[in-house]
Design a binder for this molecule. Structure first.
Ligand code: PLP
Length: 385
């Protein structure tokens, strides 16, 4: 990465991260669920009205907790997009679930809600919408299906901090606050970071007690610390899902500045859009459904072919700029194909081959943006000529 004058990602600090880490160390308690963890929980519960939040060591962990909480059993089916990060799938595969992949939308890489119902069988247990690029899936459609077929909804909100969905009646909810459960990521490539870190959001009280237990190695230690029981023991399955205070301290420093972070990212996103919006351009810019807000998690373009995208990546690389593609659709992965036939998901394949993510970090400068976009424009002048 250091070979690039404009890398794809750079972690940005807001100022107090190391000071809060020192405070955590000085407090004498650096294991989990101390003062900074509580401050983070409170922040999310107050700002977004989430019923209960639990910091985890990653979004992957939060998804694994969700799969345990909704009692996924071998053979249960879970519907999710194929165009997603492996953790969305792994969390449920670890519990023996059969993964049922849904294709992406034509206007957006998120899952095509109109295709979900035809994938539901008597074995379906959950739907896992992924809010790709922080852009909401059509949660009204998904929640109604969940209601009709008695399914759980676990939002993969890894990229979706501070983003919203507007229901057809005009009411608005933050992403992560709509499904039964939701998982956020604070990995250093996300908007608000802690190096590695995540959070489980519980939107129904009935999961609260068991979630605490699963997160504390299957013990009722949280109750013990609150003085509700006089000893703690092994009461359920679980693992070590809680992060140390050092991570929470870093995260809290970021959260205190979430407004500035979002503003900064939003201005970078808008500038990309302005500079790349050219009449007759051969690439396509992101499209946002009317019910979704933009949290400026990423900026991508859609190239017209795999070959064109590879040439553009090289063109930018020669000038010291790192642009990246992702995800290799999961329905074509070696692991999935070991025990499943190849399904046809043309839009998922399309995004795998055509989508290109441009450098995006809070300290990206106007000059960087001008350099990146003018190189893209000059590439297309030559490429189409
Ligand atoms: C980043 C990401 C994850 C994983 O987050 P970690 O905190 O690294 O575990 C899961 N799903 C999606 C959609 C992501 O973008």
């Amino acid at each position: 990465m250091s070979n690039y004058s404009i890398p794809f990602n750079k972690p940005s600090l807001t100022g107090k991260e190391t000071q809060y880490i020192q405070e955590a160390v000085a407090s004498g308690k650096i294991s989990g669920d101390g003062m900074f963890t509580k401050k983070c929980h409170q922040f999310f519960e107050e700002r977004y009205g989430f019923q209960k939040c639990l910091l985890t060591t990653s979004c992957t962990d939060a998804l694994e907790m969700a799969a345990i909480l909704i009692n996924i059993q071998p053979g249960d089916e879970v519907i999710m997009p194929s165009y997603t990060f492996v953790s969305t799938a792994n969390a449920f595969a670890l519990r023996g679930a059969r993964l049922v992949f849904c294709d992406s939308r034509a206007d957006h890489p998120g899952m095509d809600e109109s295709k979900i119902e035809s994938l539901i069988t008597p074995k379906t247990k959950a739907i896992v919408p992924v809010h790709y690029a922080g852009v909401a899936c059509d949660m009204d459609v998904i929640m109604k299906l969940a209601d009709k077929y008695q399914l759980f909804v676990v939002e993969d909100a890894a990229q979706a901090i501070d983003s919203y969905y507007t229901f057809p009646d005009g009411s608005r909810k933050p992403l992560g606050g709509i499904g039964h459960l939701a998982a956020f990521s604070f990995h250093e490539t996300k908007n608000v970071i802690a190096g590695e870190g995540g959070m489980l959001v519980i939107n129904e009280e009935r999961f609260n007690e068991r979630a605490e237990i699963i997160r504390e190695k299957g013990t009722n230690r949280s109750k013990f610390f609150r003085g509700e029981v006089d000893k703690y023991g092994w009461v359920d399955i679980g693992s070590s899902f809680l992060p140390s205070e050092i991570i929470a301290a870093f995260l809290y420093a970021q959260l205190e500045h979430i407004g500035e972070i979002q503003q900064k990212r939003s201005s970078i996103w808008n500038r990309y859009q302005q500079l790349l919006q050219q009449p007759g351009a051969p690439y396509q810019l992101p499209q946002l459904p009317a019910y979704a807000t933009n949290n400026a998690h990423m900026f991508y373009i859609r190239c017209s072919s795999l070959q064109e995208r590879s040439a553009l990546i090289n063109h930018l690389r020669k000038e010291g700029i790192l642009s990246v593609f992702h995800y290799q659709s999961l329905h074509r992965s070696d692991y999935y194909l070991q025990s499943n036939p190849l399904s046809e998901l043309p839009m998922s394949d399309y995004y795998t081959d055509h989508l290109l993510r441009l450098p995006f970090y809070n300290s990206l400068q106007e000059a960087d943006l001008e350099k990146i976009t003018s190189l893209i424009l000059s590439f297309y002048q030559q490429y189409t000529a």
